[in-house]
Design a protein around this ligand. Structure first.
Ligand code: SAH
Length: 328
């Protein structure tokens, strides 16, 4: 259910406009588990809403928690399941949302890819992951969102954009990560929004990137980098590159030099170095060159940060969602 459905219903039935404002506030607050609990609404309206509109489209199946990180397995109405993660160790509580059930891209280091692609999430399902967390952690609430869970956001582009229009969190606190779907990067750039965009880069060489991320055969690296310049120059916003350091794959001096060249080619490019989380069914291992990269990147005045992984114990770290549970 979308709030616009309720808005239309209230309009059609001549309810005063403040009713919608009340419902919207209640619904987004996370304070209520259903419409019947909204005691500031007339009883008959609560009952009508309860009957006509499903409150939330996802149901918690499993829940795990480790210092600062929580992970939930959510069941969708057709029985399929997705994972969503909450990270609470920062100024803002961040939710990491899934955009698809499974993923078609089959990146070698990623657990979701191993389960194949099932389907896109609907706009409601995208939004209800936020609602699920807001109810779960009330009176705390989600302050930041990253679309970095299961799936490729830019292959579920329309629903993603629609969901963004409904989220009442500032665009600058929302990040979308893509494996590099070039036409959508261009389309997204042309919208000139304030959302943050991240590109999962992982290698600056066509051949290596093709092996790690087969999507590179369809959208090659040179074209991807051109699209990244186009995005940065059109939006004048920083563009984030995600680079998981993988032992003997992308952590040589040659890799480092090429990464530095890329980052120096546009002042809006920003690098996030990630530590690889090894996943079942892949023999890729985390690199031991993290310190070296850190020293050299600092020396060369590259804009970068190192994102250490949290949630590893509960398999809630990047790319580990769902695969290690019983859903695949
Ligand atoms: N499909 C999108 C978003 C989902 S993955 C994308 O590719 O960007 C979110 C981020 O986690 C991406 O940067 C992805 O490359 C990274 N990731 C996936 N598996 C990982 C792993 N095992 N270790 C570290 N990072 C991983």
């Amino acid at each position: 259910m979308l709030l616009t459905d309720i808005k239309n219903f209230l309009l059609e039935n001549n309810y005063p406009s403040f009713r919608y404002k009340q419902i919207e506030k209640n619904y987004n607050s996370g304070r209520y588990n259903n419409f019947l609990e909204m005691s500031d609404l007339p009883k008959d309206l609560r009952e009508i809403l309860n009957e006509k509109f499903p409150y939330i489209s996802v149901v918690e199946d499993k829940f795990q928690s480790e210092l600062g990180t929580k992970k939930a397995l959510l069941k969708l109405s057709d029985g399929l399941e997705i994972e969503t993660v909450l990270m609470d160790y920062d100024q803002w509580i961040t939710a990491c949302l899934s955009t698809q059930v499974g993923c078609s891209l089959n990146c070698q280091f990623c657990a979701t890819g191993k389960m194949g692609f099932k389907r896109n999430l609907t706009t409601e399902e995208l939004l209800d992951q936020i609602r699920y967390w807001n109810i779960k952690i009330y009176p705390k609430y989600i302050g930041r969102i990253v679309f970095m869970g299961m799936g490729e956001p830019f292959l579920n582009y329309d629903n993603l954009l629609e969901s963004l229009n409904h989220i009442d969190i500032g665009a600058r606190k929302i990040s979308i990560s893509t494996a590099g779907i070039i036409p959508k990067i261009i389309e997204f750039a042309n919208l000139k929004t304030q959302y943050n965009l991240a590109i999962s880069l992982h290698s600056v060489f066509q051949k290596t990137r093709e092996e790690l991320m087969p999507i590179t055969k369809t959208y090659n690296l040179d074209e991807l980098i051109k699209a990244c310049h186009y995005y940065a120059n059109t939006t004048n916003r920083q563009l984030f590159f995600e680079y998981a350091l993988i032992k003997n794959v992308n952590d040589s001096q040659k890799d480092l030099d090429a990464v530095i060249n890329l980052l120096k080619s546009n002042k809006l490019f920003y690098l996030n170095i990630i530590t690889l989380n090894p996943v079942k069914g892949s023999n890729l291992q985390p690199s031991d060159k993290l310190k070296l990269f850190e020293t050299e990147l600092t020396k060369k005045h590259i804009n970068f940060s190192i994102r250490r992984s949290f949630g590893q114990k509960i398999d809630a770290a990047c790319g580990q969602l769902a695969y290690n549970t019983d859903i695949c």
